[in-house]
Write a protein that binds this ligand. Sequence first.
Ligand code: AHR
Length: 536
Amino acid sequence: MTSFTRIGDGDQPSISTTADQTISGIDPLLYGGFAEHMGRCVYGGIYDPTNTNGLIDENGFRTDVIDAMKELQVPIMRYPGGNFTATYRWLDGVGPKEQRPKRIEVAWKAVEPNSFGTDEFMKWCDIIDAEPYLALNMGTGTLEEALAWVEYCNLDTDTHYVNLRKQNGRETPYGVKYWALGNEVWGPWQVEQSCKEDYAKKAYQWGKALKLLDPTIKLVLCGKDGHSDWDRYVLQECLKITDLHSIHIYTFDMQHYPNATSPKSAERAIEITAALIDLARTEMNYETFPHFSSKPKTVHRPKISFDEWNIWNPIRAPGDKGAEEKYDVSDMLAVGLWLNVFVRQAKHLGMATIAQSVNVIAPLMTTEQGIIKQTTYWPLLLFSKYMRGQSLAVHVRSPTYNGPTSPEWLSSTMDIPMLDVSAALGDDDYLNLAVVNLSDSQALETSLPSVKGPVQVFTVGGNVNNIRDTNSWGSTKVAIADSVWDGSGGFAFEKHSFTLLRWKVSPLRPTLNLGFTETTKNITAGVANSLHARDR
Ligand code: AHR
């Protein structure tokens, strides 16, 4: 959370925060990834069995990609889509590889060989130390198939799909906690697109059945962009089975300022979604579904799963051509803004997964010879490394950007400070301050009254770069520069830069409980128990 004072162009900006201004914990799952069977994300990205340059392990997994995922400390990985999910038959992707059927894949107009499936994905997650998050097919898929997939992954009974898993070489259950009830089911591009009424009815019944099978799972409801009537309606109808509410937003513009400021729209989307969640808690529908005989005393409060976010211009990088975006410094600043939004809004967020992790609209690209870390890789890395622990309140005094925005409503809805800021208190008693200077021409000499030197400084972009610089194979123009600042005087945030400052603070560890701390684990247990209680 930031409070903000607009200042004149001649006045000195300032950023104030202290270690005792904690707002909420930052869920480690905010730095999650996403791997879809789309373009070169899985085949040629994660899994590249025909690579001839010694870049694969015994599973055919790219080792350089694994190293990057480990460096990013990706805590959770969403799979297998995306739009791909709407026709995916998970059974095609398990068992002996030579027997797996090739299928026509309609979402991205491709042929799916199915040589990478559930067991390969689980193995890969295990290697990179990420939790798996699976999206269920609510397009052509049936509830029976969904139940079978949960059984295959999570149960340890002497039953058909458990035995199939064992036969396929995996004795113990995978214990997949997070399951998405479909993907962008509202979208006209979606196989078996639904209206909100049909989706809510189906999602509720699926959710109930899945939780009866495995009460420990966490279900992610399919929302839209967070500020739509779809979000309001499905939350009201399905609150009881919902542990997290999913929203998706991609931002972009050809012009620097509308492009880099565009992720601010996600801040408003999160605030509106949080309000819709509370609205659903007060207005939830007790009549549509007969099991709601009376209003429960306490209604759980799902958090948001921002499980697709990034910068994407689908005209520049079309989905059916692999969506291989090449990111520049302006995009890098936009990613800095995205992540600042997540830290500022941490109290509402249970998860965020960048779309996507490799090759497809991704911070990381592969070639036959190695990987390219795009401009956007660096803010992601710095956030994942340092912006953890507790989110801190910050007061920013800064000039504003007042020009055109994308979406247009942004400029008339929110202030857009030229310095976009978030702060986190780490468990190591470092205060971490993430600052984007959006200006394409001016450094901003800023007063930082609470800073105590020495301060570690990490800068991406800035004076050494042009705003349109990109990274390519053999040419890394944009990377992290690190230095130390003694903390005296003001700090000049370079033009078009992302800067992370860190300094040690006194070991003061307040735990401010704003009443938002009910964990999704408790929620799930609560929901499952109440479903079972109803049956007793
Ligand atoms: O991430 C690319 C695509 O964007 C996903 O498949 C879909 O869910 C979204 O529209």
